[in-house]
Design a protein around this ligand. Sequence first.
Ligand code: ADP
Ligand code: K
Ligand code: ZN
Length: 445
Amino acid sequence: MYQPELETLSREKLRALQEERLSNIVAYVYERVPFYRRLLDEAGVDPKGVRTLEDLPKLPFTKKDHLRENYPFGLFAVPRERLARIHASSGTTGKPTVVGYTKNDLQVFAEVVARSLAAAGARPGMMLHNAYGYGLFTGGLGLHGGGEALGMTVVPVSGGMTERQIMLIQDLRPEVISCTPSYAQTLAEEFRKRGVSPEALSLEYAVLGAEPWTEAIRKQVDEGLGVRSTNIYGLSEIIGPGVANECVEERQGSHIWEDHFLPEVVDPDSGEPLPEGQVGVLVFTTLTKEAMPLLRYWTGDLTFLTYEACSCGRTHVRMGPILGRTDDMLIIRGVNVYPTQVEAVLSGIPEVEPYYQIVVRREGTLDEAELKVEVSEAFFQEIGRKALSDEVIEADHRLHALREKVAHKIKDSIGVSMKVTLLAPGEAPRSEGGKLRRVLDLRKK
Ligand code: ADP
Ligand code: K
Ligand code: ZN
């Protein structure tokens, strides 16, 4: 552990620390951020009345739109000159969200990422191949700072240029890699194509995050790179990656570093706090941020919390995998569908791989969903095909049957009919470095 005394704090002491910090941060934003003074006044909250965790639900939520409305610096609690660094989220729609850090915030950022790397199996002296994108995105510099704080040798490769990554991994022999899970899939596949076996690779641990992933991808990456991979979670508004990380011992949920980030899971419709174990929207209150503290920030990410003790010795609460972002949810003929649900179904079918794309179109007034999924290399060889086309699939009963099987399983477990298109190995989109968009929704245009 990087900070064992904090990571194993008793629940009582952790709670006392959180309550002290919570009342301080509420007073701090009320004093310094006009937006929060207004928001709290309008909600009739007296900052002095926020003393315990039971007071938390009295506070209003902060939503992404609040950040956009106050673009770029309106939510900052310190003068611009005190910012040591700026980051921004990718902002696929409209203006990006700008976030800022004081020197002290950067120190905390490095510490929580160092805790995350240590939880993932990394130790001082190991080499970190950091393939998260460097730049405004928090991934690259975030992992970089944490790796240095832990005492690792950091290789700032950034995303993309796969050929060079392959060479560096073989020549420099890093023990740890950090990147998106979809890019780890890409790298594993490229090594396989070159006939480099996982045993020949120096890699032992992979720290994967920034997008949802499932056990199917975990298996593929663990086997393909010869590693034990863990999940790292975070978002720029809260700090960046390193809000939470799985421990490599259990890999059953990610420990949230809750002396800094106070989590809640709430009902997506009513906003009411949900009991432990129930799936809802993850909400965070930052307890120590100086530059841009946020109260009850609505992440839009869906998961659950568990306070069950963990064998690794860490006392911090664990969150389950992210089942999806409310933004990623597809509504197909009235049914809510998350890409991770589709991925979970595919993982139960040995003849296909978790390389897929979901395309949604509107035909007249009806939504039509198409699931493009790759058949496995083994199955492809077994049927002795060079390529797949509609004619080939119609003519070959084994392919025809597989297509029906996938369609049935999707319909059975998700409740939506999808047209299934089988692709040959290598035909579905791959990550070229960053997050992979597995959904193509053509209805919006
Ligand atoms: P954006 O993607 O909007 O540019 P960020 O780069 O800060 O913003 O990404 C944060 C979001 O990425 C999270 O809210 C979550 O939806 C997703 N994310 C990050 N880590 C994970 C993870 N380990 N599993 C699933 N989703 C993740
Ligand atoms: K290995
Ligand atoms: Zn643990």
